[in-house]
Design a binder for this molecule. Structure first.
Ligand SMILES: Nc1ncnc2c1ncn2[C@@H]1O[C@H](COP(=O)(O)OP(=O)(O)OP(=O)(O)O)[C@@H](O)[C@H]1O
Length: 373
């Protein structure tokens, strides 16, 4: 279970730089999600870790071992890793058992040991009853489990998962996420999952690296990213957040005093935890930081739409004259669209506005509990 470290990784394709100075430090046994919008460089970073691409700059290490740099390269087959793709790439003419057994066979393991390992793996992913079926006789979720079993049967130190659930429906995705968590805990293998779906990343990962435009924006636990985003991009991307432009007037003991920055409304004297000193800042909000006010509230908003979900009315409102982000509240009652309502701010997190231009460079990743196990 290697610690995976990337330092200053750069990568271009035909003159287009797709990774810029990427630093990553992944503790042993972690479950990391590489999360970001389409085209931000997640798959390229994963392929570099796999050895399917070469970095133009920087270094990649597994523990203290140099795996790739401008002038050294350990080939994929010598990296002790498994990889699962969106397309499961199973052998269509082989049974489930045959697919899982195949790599062990090519490694010339004794028959009895192979049988035992395949049986264990099929049991672990719940495919024992389907062992003699061929891929075309399986559902998408079952095929995905064969692909997982086939990678894990080799007992790799590192498992790389590239959008492995993209072809599954929402129900199956949920079940497979639970399966990933269980297999991660049972095997102790370090997992790296590429996804553009923040709910998926939050559901499984012990650590998340948020990427945009080929750069790492922030690395941290799901809680870190949700409660203390480092940039406005992270604040908006993770946990369906929103940001309002504010002016911080003072900061003491981690509490910022601020006024909302709208032309139409000035709300001085709000106090919210955060990291920004005096000057322009973003107030990062989630729905639990907002409350419908009985009076004018901290600021006025216009109701744009409501939908009924999970027993509550999800209500999207547009602040009057403050920023451009829509805010979402979960209310117990329906309200007419176009109505103007006051909102109170009850929580949130404040970051400097220049934080957008200068993402955190050297993210520090707390070790997992079993990091050195
Ligand atoms: N082999 C290649 N040749 C040229 N350009 C490439 C190559 N691989 C990736 N790119 C470009 O690099 C950028 C990053 O691609 P990458 O696949 O890493 O993004 P991603 O974040 O995984 O996106 P998605 O979620 O859509 O898969 C994109 O602009 C893509 O077009």
């Amino acid at each position: 279970m290697p610690r995976v470290q990337a330092k200053g990784i750069g990568k271009s394709f035909g003159g287009q730089q797709v990774l810029h100075d990427v630093d990553l430090d992944l503790p042993k046994g972690a479950f990391m999600a590489l999360l970001g919008p389409s085209g931000c460089g997640k798959t390229t970073l994963l392929r570099l870790i796999a050895g399917l691409e070469l970095p133009d700059a920087g270094e990649l290490r597994f523990d203290d071992r140099l795996i790739a740099s401008a002038d050294s390269f350990v080939p994929p087959e010598a990296r002790d890793l498994g990889m699962v793709f969106q397309s499961y790439a199973l052998w269509p003419n082989m049974t489930v058992r045959g697919n899982v057994d195949f790599a062990l066979k090519t490694r010339r393991l004794p028959r009895a040991e192979r049988r035992e390992r395949v049986d264990q793996m099929l049991q672990a992913v719940g495919l024992e009853p389907l062992a003699e079926r061929r891929p075309h006789e399986l559902s998408g979720g079952q095929r995905q489990r064969v692909a997982l079993a086939r990678s894990l049967v080799l007992r790799p130190a590192l498992l790389l998962l590239d959008e492995p659930l993209a072809n599954l429906d929402a129900h199956l995705r949920h079940r497979m996420l639970a399966e990933f968590r269980r297999l991660h805990a049972a095997t102790g293998t370090t997992f790296i999952l590429v996804t553009h779906d923040q709910d998926e990343a939050m559901a499984v990962a012990s650590h998340i690296a948020v990427m945009e435009g080929g750069r790492i924006q922030q690395v941290g636990t799901p809680e870190d990213l949700y409660r203390q985003p480092a940039t406005a991009m992270v604040a908006r991307f993770v946990g369906h957040g929103a940001t309002l432009p504010v002016e911080v007037t003072a900061r003491q003991d981690g509490i910022c005093t601020l006024s909302l920055d709208g032309a139409a409304q000035k709300v001085p004297g709000l106090q919210v935890p955060g990291r920004a000193g005096p000057g322009p800042a973003w107030l990062c909000l989630h729905r639990e930081d907002l409350r419908l006010s009985r009076g004018p509230g901290h600021f006025r908003t216009q109701i744009l739409s409501q939908s009924f979900q999970h027993g509550r009315y999800l209500t999207h409102v547009l602040p009057r004259g403050i920023g451009t982000d829509l805010l979402t509240l979960a209310l117990d009652q329906p309200l007419p669209a176009q109505d103007e309502v006051g909102i109170d701010i009850t929580g949130g997190w404040v970051i400097a506005r220049e934080g957008e231009a200068a993402p955190l460079r050297q993210p520090s990743v707390p070790a997992t509990a079993d990091a050195d196990a």
